[in-house]
Design a protein around this ligand. Structure first.
Ligand code: NAP
Length: 352
């Protein structure tokens, strides 16, 4: 009897503890920085916390003041910030948040906009959303390869203008078949691209980075120096994070080491590439073409000189923009917040 009472008491006590933990969690405020955060992620956040959400989209040039002011107004006292923008998280915003802020979840794989040193100094955890987006970004990278190699920009222009160049040997492009594909940044996205290209009869995969990757063997990819990759590749894919080391890594010098038929693909970040040097290389046919999902700035002004070139195929940073992937990113970001605020390890930590 005594033992039974003890068990009942323990159960009641632990239920009360869970309830009080839950109600404490429910009082925690989480700020979501854009009104278009996926419902799948919001649902998880709402189950645990008090969710504040701005009424605006990610701030672009025009929306900047409105959304930023709103963020400054909403953030005081928040415990977590879910960040959907590639705009920097400013010190002003962190100051406004105050000491309650324990966690930032950026809804992106890249975190170059997150001011990692500052977050670290303030003891704030940071998570990102890698892996769940690799497939979507890799599909887009393959699209860019095809789009640039088969001259989509010129060909689309012909269709739009009704001025088709008819002929057996006009607007001829290049093939992925038989080519050497060089991947700079053989991580989640880089490897997903190699997997997706397995049916394209690629002749050789090369990759470069700080160290050899164990997954490379199964993918038939060879580890080489950057110079070697630049000199051999017909397609050069940038899938590296933007860091002090990688900033402007594609410049006049590195472009000069590429083959004349080389096609540069960038799904990393705009600042990996010196765009003036790229413009000159494309204009003077030092390389064949470029396919870019990312540019500097974003949006790229419509009168930007790169857009005057026929041999560049540019998309507006849509690498992860599919219904499924954006939803998965939302869920992962929300789960990271739940983990952090319940004292458990982050699923995808940048700052654990
Ligand atoms: P990841 O899994 O961390 O892979 C990045 C790889 O880059 C790592 O394997 C790393 O390996 C390598 N690396 C780092 N510095 C390098 C250098 N100097 N030279 C060559 N390789 C280097 O990241 P991910 O998920 O593939 O994403 C990569 C980047 O893509 C992100 O940081 C983000 O900027 C961008 N991205 C863009 C989109 C889009 O919408 N376009 C979407 C998602 C991500 P080692 O350090 O061992 O070399």
């Amino acid at each position: 009897m005594i033992r039974r009472n003890h068990v009942i008491f323990t159960l009641i006590a632990s239920a009360a503890l869970v309830c009080s933990e839950n109600s404490t969690m429910a009082n925690l405020k989480v700020l979501v920085s854009s009104k278009d955060f996926p419902e799948s992620g919001l649902k998880i956040l709402r189950e645990h916390f008090t969710v504040l959400q701005t009424q605006h989209l990610n701030f672009g040039e025009e929306g900047k003041t409105q959304n930023y002011e709103e963020l400054l107004k909403l953030i005081p006292g928040c415990t977590a910030l879910v960040w959907l923008s590639h705009h920097p998280i400013t010190n002003e915003l962190l100051d406004k948040a105050g000491p309650n802020l324990k966690m930032v979840a950026t809804v992106s794989a890249g975190y170059n906009h997150c001011n990692v040193d500052e977050l670290k100094a303030r003891g704030i955890k940071l998570s990102n959303t890698p892996d769940v987006l690799s497939a979507a970004v890799a599909e887009l990278a393959v699209s860019l390869m095809l789009g640039a190699a088969r001259r989509f920009t010129e060909n689309l222009e012909q269709v739009r203008s009704g001025k088709w160049e008819i002929g057996f040997d006009v607007v001829l492009g290049q093939e992925i078949r038989g080519s050497t594909v060089g991947i700079i940044g053989f991580g989640g996205i880089g490897q997903a691209v190699a997997k997706r290209l397995s049916g394209f009869d690629v002749n050789k995969f090369l990759y470069t980075g700080h160290r050899e990757k164990p997954e490379a063997k199964a993918l038939g990819a060879e580890f080489v120096s950057l110079d070697n990759l630049l000199a051999q590749s017909d397609f050069i894919l940038l899938a590296v994070p933007l860091t002090n080391e990688t900033k402007l890594m594609i410049n006049q010098t590195t472009l000069g080491k590429m083959k004349q038929n080389a096609i540069l693909i960038n799904v990393g970040r705009g600042d990996l590439v010196d765009q003036d040097a790229l413009y000159e290389a494309l204009k003077n046919k030092k390389i064949y073409a470029a396919g870019l999902d990312v540019t500097t700035p974003e949006p790229l002004p419509k009168d930007h000189k790169l857009l005057s070139l026929p041999n560049v195929f540019i998309l507006p940073h849509i690498g992860s923009a599919t219904v499924r992937t954006r939803s998965d990113m939302g869920v992962l970001a929300a789960r990271n917040v739940v983990q952090a605020l319940s004292g458990k390890p982050l699923i995808t930590p940048v700052l654990p």
